[in-house]
Design a protein around this ligand. Structure first.
Ligand code: N01
Length: 532
């Protein structure tokens, strides 16, 4: 790829979004290049190699639908895929569609500047390479910028420390080690049961107890695989019709308050037995009605009490907040792990972490000695990766400045002041509230249609209008305000990152309604955008 040649499109990120975008635009005959900081494809699945990493959307659904041949030839092993298998799939896709020639790895994008005079984006990488492109697509991921550990004294620690979202490629030897882990979100909930049997001791530092539902993972039988392959078109259509883009999510038709206690309990038990995060869809108002939510929360707390032997530990593990406020976890033996003699739970609300010391972690009442510390403390979600790049749009406007009071987008796809720049699953789109694969495909197809429209109409610049952006952001807020998630603390509202402006980041109106709006905008000649 000649560096001084002007590209049609530069894509940032070689995860599932970047790869499909590349494939689509190459098929349209465009000159495209993808840049990625990693040395391979896979995005989030390239980086999150921590022990036990696994997807919580079922394998057959967490996959591309755009190629029937791909659907038919790939064979998933488990109901919920492991990270290595998803990464194999990403690599298979890259090879099968000959994508690698158009991806430049080990290239971190540092800045992107829009030249009004030339109507071009100028992108500079960490090695000083410069690319010019007509369009750019930010396929930078939503949970890709890790929440960096900022604990005082971290450099004093004599042992090894790891961040789940930036896990090393070489296996970590836990055998006989004293290990501490900070955090009890999805990443920790998966890591803890896997490493507990390997280590000498595991100490979990919990700030907020999290709800977790057994994943009930199993190996897929040949019959199940064949059935999925024979029904893919139906599965995909059903997914696109579901609020979360998940075909297997059966949304209960009733309020949790409109059924008898025994019927409610039976439905919760059925969902618990079935496993997975579809538990939250047992009734249609768990996410919107506090009383219904409490019924679901009570059910899970009762299960925790049944599983965990020591009452004190069970109480500490029992969440008191809204279920689903923080993203629901799916686990294999998470609560059971606390019955092990070598696992200790520390409540950092009662005894806060003061600092890291050379031998381990110092809380207000103790020094815990460790060989290894794991930070499972999450991500600067949805905006972190985008804002880590110095993006300057029209009139030198910096995205960071424009978004200082929270992200502003039209449909989560574009931001006023940044012509010809698209975001895949950006803030203000269903994104993390949906199956990412469903949302990625919808966005990529919308963007490629838009680029094709521009070319067939002899147009060169497209930019969201401020009015349409403002109206969309009001709508995003309005639909979010109807949900219980709106008012509680989680990464959905940026509450996990000190100083981050509190704003509900994804679009909570559901995938079908959102898609309808995107299609309507396109059908009306990209209504709400200025096209020149
Ligand atoms: O991160 P999190 P994650 N001192 O933000 C704690 C997706 N994902 O990487 O809740 C002490 O959920 C923090 O405590 P609190 C999924 O969407 C999916 O686990 O802020 N503790 C919390 O317990 C998920 O939601 C899969 O009080 C501190 C934890 O660290 C998202 O990624 C697997 C702390 C962070 O939890 C993020 O999950 C993994 C501090 N200073 C991830 N700072 C699957 O598909 C933070 N914490 C299954």
């Amino acid at each position: 790829m000649a560096k001084n040649k002007t590209l049609d499109t530069l894509i940032v990120g070689a995860g599932f979004a970047g790869m499909y975008m590349l494939h689509k635009l190459r098929k349209q005959g465009l000159e495209v290049l993808v840049l990625d900081e990693a040395s391979g494809v896979g995005g989030t699945w390239y980086w999150n190699r921590y022990p036990g990493a696994r997807c919580d959307v079922e394998s057959v659904e967490y996959s591309y639908s755009f190629s029937e041949e791909l659907q038919q030839e790939w064979k998933w092993s488990d109901r919920f895929s492991t990270q290595p298998e998803i990464l194999d799939y990403a690599n298979h896709v890259a090879d099968r569609f000959s994508l690698r020639d158009w991806i430049k790895f080990n290239s971190r994008v540092e800045s992107m500047v829009y030249s009004t005079r030339d109507n071009l984006w100028i992108t500079t990488t960490n090695s000083g390479e410069i690319y010019k492109s007509h369009y750019c697509v930010m396929a930078t991921g939503t949970l890709s910028s890790v929440n960096k550990p900022r604990f005082r004294g971290i450099d004093d620690f004599k042992g090894d420390w790891y961040v789940t979202g930036k896990w090393p490629h070489d296996p970590v030897d836990f055998k006989g080690k004293k290990v501490g882990i900070i955090g009890t979100g999805s990443s920790a909930v998966q890591t803890i049961p896997i490493i507990a049997p390997q280590v000498d001791s595991l100490t979990v530092f919990q700030r907020t107890a999290n709800y977790s539902i057994p994943a009930r993972n199993y190996s897929l039988t040949l019959e199940e695989i064949e059935k999925a392959k024979a029904n893919y078109s139906e599965i995909r259509a059903k997914a696109r019709d579901n609020r979360a883009g998940i075909a297997s999510m059966e949304v209960g038709p009733y309020s949790a308050l409109d059924v008898s206690d025994s019927d409610r309990d039976r439905e919760f038990k059925r969902r618990w037995k079935e496993g997975g995060t579809n538990f939250l869809a047992a009734f249609n108002d768990i996410g919107t009605n506090a009383e219904s939510n409490e019924k679901a929360a009570d059910f899970v707390r009762a299960r925790i009490n049944e599983v965990v032997r020591e009452t004190k530990v069970a109480d500490l593990l029992s969440p008191t907040n809204t279920i689903g406020c923080k993203r629901l976890c799916a686990d294999t033996d998470y609560y059971e792990t606390y019955n092990r003699d070598n696992v200790l739970l520390v409540d950092v609300n009662k005894t806060p972490i003061e600092r890291i010391v050379d031998e381990g972690i110092k809380t207000s009442d103790n020094v815990y000695e460790f060989d290894i510390i794991i930070f499972a403390i999450g991500f600067d979600a949805m905006t972190g990766a985008l804002l880590s790049i110095d993006i300057k749009g029209r009139n030198e406007l910096r995205l960071k400045e424009k978004w200082s009071e929270g992200p502003r987008t039209f449909l989560g796809l574009c931001s006023e002041g940044f012509p010809n720049m698209f975001m895949i699953t950006g803030p203000g789109s269903p994104s993390v509230l949906s199956n990412m694969m469903t949302s990625i495909e919808q966005h990529v197809e919308w963007v490629s249609d838009c680029v094709s429209y521009m070319s067939s109409h002899g147009k060169n610049a497209i930019e969201a209008k401020l009015d349409s952006e403002n109206q969309w952001m009001d709508h995003v807020e309005e639909v979010a305000a109807d949900t219980l998630r709106y008012s509680c603390n989680s990464w959905y509202v940026g509450a996990n990152i000190p100083g981050k402006k509190r704003i509900f980041l994804p679009y909570a109106g559901g995938f079908p309604k959102y898609t309808e709006r995107c299609n309507e905008v396109a059908a009306k000649g990209y209504e709400g955008f200025t096209i020149a």
